[in-house]
Design a protein around this ligand. Structure first.
Ligand code: HEM
Ligand SMILES: *[C@@H]1O[C@H](CO)[C@@H](O)[C@H](O)[C@H]1NC(C)=O
Length: 320
């Protein structure tokens, strides 16, 4: 190779490298982000999440849902965790969301080994992965370097989060707004293999719904969730009645048997365009696991704050 040619190549190489390192708008997530600043961050989070899940199996579900509700509203910036008037947390869309204490505990454990270094948004992303693993679900690699928002937005929670009475078209467009296709939406809905819903959220599924429902399933639900609010509103029912605290593909088997608890669950299998995806996940748990993991990685990187944007909060549920 001639001298001039190689000089040109070296110059191009240097330009590419410096663009990556020195342009602040280029700050990216990376798997090694805390390797020097907090080498025990990941093991500390995992220990804390494992303890929380052994204490109460539902904690795995609650943490995964926290991460979802955080990421769908102004990105994965831990904005959900902030309280106070006008916060996302106080929005009706987040009524019934639980598990904030689990993240506060994980953050306290991390603060005790490296104060002021690891963001709440990263802790939430890692905690969701660890929660999946703790209940037999898939693992995935979480890229790190998210920063926390100093504020949150109740109005955006109301517009951006999906609701349990949405039909298939509404779910598809809600997830499309965040960059997800129908297949990814169905895979992520598979989180409803874990956790609980309150009667006030599934009452519409059992009374006056045109969707098919398994007769015995309906009988058991009507017994705990009477038709007239507020009687029974807070009564909990597992989203997957078969294995509520294990991550598996029973959710999809339930849908095929007309045992989806929410309207938004059963519309995924109702003679419509998502049926074939539900069938695929019902027949092939490994495909569900890998699609779920890939969709969680994608979800965890929605509109993240990096570089010098945002802050690192000390207490996840408090603004400073
Ligand atoms: C497809 C649109 C979705 C709708 C309409 C929806 C709606 C709901 C509703 C109504 C509940 C019960 C809440 C209550 O009674 O307080 C719930 C629980 C839950 N959701 Fe979803 N969800 C959706 C997607 C997701 C996604 C994408 C995830 C996670 C990636 C997720 C994770 C969970 C979990 C784990 C629970 C149980 C939480 C617990 O027991 O603490 N959901 N969801
Ligand atoms: C479920 O059972 C209740 C009580 O018998 C009935 O009113 C309701 O129509 C049933 N739901 C469906 C969707 O068939």
């Amino acid at each position: 190779m001639g001298y001039y040619k190689s000089t040109i190549l070296v110059t191009i190489f240097i330009i590419l490298i410096s663009a990556d390192y020195f342009m602040p708008c280029k700050a990216q997530l990376s798997t090694t982000f805390y390797d020097t600043t907090c080498p025990n961050a990941l093991s500390t989070i995992q220990t804390s999440i494992n303890a929380a899940v052994s204490r109460n199996g539902r904690n795995a579900a609650s943490v995964i849902r926290l991460h979802f509700h955080d990421c769908f509203v102004q990105g994965c910036d831990a904005s959900l965790l902030l309280g106070g008037a006008g916060s996302e947390k106080e929005s009706a869309a987040n009524d019934g969301v639980v598990g904030y204490d689990v993240i506060d505990d994980a953050k306290a454990a991390v603060e005790s080994v490296c104060p002021g270094v690891v963001s709440c948004a990263d802790i939430l992303a890692v905690a969701a992965r660890d929660a999946s693993v703790a209940v037999g679900g898939p693992s995935w690699t979480v890229r790190l370097g998210r920063r926390d928002s100093p504020d949150s937005n109740a109005a955006e929670a109301a517009t951006d989060l999906p609701r349990g009475n949405m039909n298939l078209g509404e779910l598809i467009s809600n997830f499309a707004n965040k960059g997800f296709n129908t297949r990814e939406m169905v895979a992520l809905s598979g989180s409803h293999t874990l956790g609980q819903a309150r009667c006030l959220r599934f009452r519409g599924r059992i009374y006056n719904s045109p969707l098919p429902i398994d007769a015995a399933f309906n009988t058991s639900l009507t017994a705990i969730c009477p038709p007239t609010p507020p009687t029974g509103d807070e009564t909990l029912q597992p989203l997957d009645l078969v294995t509520p605290n294990a991550f598996d593909n029973n959710y999809f088997l339930n849908l095929r048997a007309s045992r989806g608890l929410l309207i938004s669950d059963q519309v995924l299998f109702n003679g419509d365009s998502a049926d074939s995806i539900v069938t695929e996940y019902a027949d092939n748990p490994a495909t569900f696991d890998s699609d779920f993991a890939a969709a969680m990685v994608k979800m965890s990187e929605i509109e993240v704050l990096t570089g010098t944007s945002g802050i690192i909060r000390t207490v996840c549920t408090s603004a400073t």
